[in-house]
Design a protein around this ligand. Structure first.
Ligand code: GTP
Ligand code: MG
Length: 195
């Protein structure tokens, strides 16, 4: 699947801009700066496909990427960026909610969690929204290269505890580093086996 062509299709700011739901879809959610765009770049092997930046909140649209002709990869707007103006935040939240609850072909949401921080209060909102939308979600720890193995164990336990409260969660946690490549093959295999 990942050997095929990957292209940026479009950035969507409203529900009527969504591409036709004619193929399998997975989305990537997470706090601003958690590493969503970097992960999509690592998965697809395209360094600058999803713009990764140091400026939090940069990805303000739902960005669709085609993966071969059978899948979409979807980069969701980062949440929890306090400096974004309230009306902007509210618009994202409405769009996110509509997308998550209305997208028939969405097979799984990957919720990215910084391996240094674990699940924070701001993440709980999206986990609850995913429960309510009945979208199966899987936690992906990012930036694993930045934590020591011992600390990683503690964070994994914290994340497991947080997930156990969410019925839509998938139990396996994927530990990744977009920088070093850890977990990228595992995540590709997970996406490739979704039906
Ligand atoms: P928004 O689009 O603003 O929501 O951010 P994002 O979640 O797309 O994060 P992005 O991929 O832009 O990464 C944010 C910062 O984290 C960048 O400086 C990346 O280089 C860095 N980063 C992402 N993944 C990793 C990783 O695996 N390891 C390390 N060390 N840094 C990473
Ligand atoms: Mg981004």
């Amino acid at each position: 699947l990942f050997a095929g062509e990957t292209e940026f299709l479009k950035g969507v700011v409203a529900m009527d801009g969504l591409p036709p739901a004619d193929r399998l879809e997975v989305c990537f959610a997470g706090r601003s700066n958690v590493g969503k765009s970097s992960l999509i770049n690592a998965l697809t092997g395209r360094k600058a496909l999803a713009r990764a930046s140091n400026t939090p909140g940069r990805t303000q649209e739902i960005n669709f990427f085609t993966l071969g002709d059978s899948h979409y990869l979807v980069d969701l707007p980062g949440y929890g960026y306090a400096e974004a103006p309230l009306p902007v935040v509210q618009k994202w939240q409405r769009l996110l909610k509509a997308y998550l609850s209305g997208r028939q072909t969405l097979r799984r949401a990957f919720v990215l969690i910084d391996a240094r921080h674990g699940v924070k209060a701001v993440d709980e909102e999206i986990l609850t929204l995913l429960d309510q939308s009945a979208v199966t979600f899987q936690a992906v720890l990012t930036k694993a290269d930045k934590v020591k193995p011992k600390d990683l164990e503690n964070v994994l336990n914290q994340v497991r505890g947080a997930l156990s409260k969410h019925p839509a969660s998938f139990p396996e946690i994927v530990v990744t580093s977009s920088e070093k490549g850890d977990g990228i093959e595992t995540l590709r295999a997970i996406i490739a086996t979704l039906e």
